[in-house]
Ligand binder design. Structure first.
Ligand code: NDP
Length: 309
């Protein structure tokens, strides 16, 4: 049985190369209009053409090619009874933590702000903060968020987390549920969003929540663009309540030319590169699930369709 990849616009060259090295006899093919409908049981997906999966009656597993599964679950015609899996990978997790550490350090020392001043030949010292003075709040303390929180704690930040369900951690103060949200926001000088995109978390970073952050707070969104209500963020940056924001993900990607986020002086933009799934490490778990499916064994890294993550 082959693996069939369903995607639009993703360069599959590195994935196909790793599959070839690790499993030369396995057929890994990309979906086309000619793909026979009967022999697709195991699919991989990244931004697949919506509605396509309903044409494959033997489909049993859709493996997301990243940590997020929102791009799969947003398909209104997803067939029932198909398992959805996500990537949980050490490289992906570590890369995310390194990215957040860079941004948190930039918040302390203003390196990006100095670059702007340099271009204007402006010699202007900016007051700086020390690590132990700064409280970081990580929204979503799952695979990525918990590791990020722990790494921030290790270098000396005071770190809180927010999740849907209560959990304990020796180093991180974890808040849970809607009832704890305001308390969590009030201790987040830097807010890091690492929530999955679900109906409950869409538009979570809005005027009501962002205005609960301490004055001069900095917002980092590395989850999904749909978490942020852009006009609310802009309003709170312009009013001076927020000192800045670093955005890696957007409602439309690439970010359209005419979007005012591009030119806002308090916003840093990166092109959805906080952490990238690396096929050299991620292919193993796809193959593991492929083998499990072949042998009727329970799959790993499955997501709950009910929770949406
Ligand atoms: P997980 O599923 O492991 O963790 C999700 C966390 O969010 C959990 O702590 C969960 O709570 C919490 N959560 C979910 N819903 C709610 C809610 N309604 N209220 C409060 N907390 C909630 O996700 P990952 O850590 O693997 O990934 C997070 C996201 O990061 C991905 O979905 C993806 O969108 C994004 N991402 C971005 C990348 C980039 O390059 N920019 C790269 C990779 C991922 P609980 O623990 O109680 O279940």
């Amino acid at each position: 049985m082959p693996i069939t990849i369903f995607t639009q616009g993703k360069d599959l060259t590195p994935w196909l190369k790793v599959f070839k090295e690790k499993r030369p006899d396995l057929e890994v093919r990309t979906y086309s209009d000619n793909t026979p409908t009967q022999d697709v049981e195991f699919a991989m997906a990244w931004n697949h053409p919506l509605g396509v999966f309903k044409n494959f009656p033997n489909l049993k597993c859709i493996a997301s090619m990243g940590a997020g599964v929102d791009h799969v679950l947003r398909d209104p015609e997803l067939p029932a009874g198909v398992a959805i899996t996500k990537i949980i990978d050490t490289n992906l997790t570590k890369d995310m933590a390194e990215f957040i550490l860079v941004l948190a350090m930039d918040y302390l020392r203003g390196i990006s702000a100095y670059k702007v001043q340099q271009l204007q030949q402006n010699w202007q010292p900016i007051p700086y903060k020390r690590i132990e003075e700064v409280r970081v709040g990580v929204m979503g303390v799952g695979v990525l968020g918990m590791y990020v929180a722990q790494q921030l704690h290790k270098v000396g930040f005071r770190v809180s987390g927010w999740a849907r369900t209560a959990k304990r951690s020796e180093s991180i103060n974890i808040y849970a549920g809607a009832e704890d949200l305001n308390a969590f926001l009030s201790v987040s000088d830097i807010l890091v969003c690492l929530l999955p995109l679900t109906p409950d978390t869409a538009n979570m970073l809005n005027k009501a929540t962002l205005s609960k952050l301490p004055k001069d707070a900095f917002v980092i969104n590395v989850a999904r663009g749909e978490h942020v209500v852009e006009k609310d963020l802009l309003q709170l940056l312009d009013s001076g309540h927020l000192s800045g924001a670093s955005l890696d993900v957007f409602r439309q990607e690439p970010l359209p030319e005419n979007n005012s986020l591009w030119t806002h002086p308090k916003i840093n933009i990166t092109p959805h590169m906080a952490s990238k799934t690396d096929p050299t490490s991620a292919v193993d778990q796809i193959l593991e699930n492929y083998d499990r499916l072949m042998h009727n064994k329970p799959l790993i890294n499955t997501v709950s369709l009910q929770k949406g993550y």
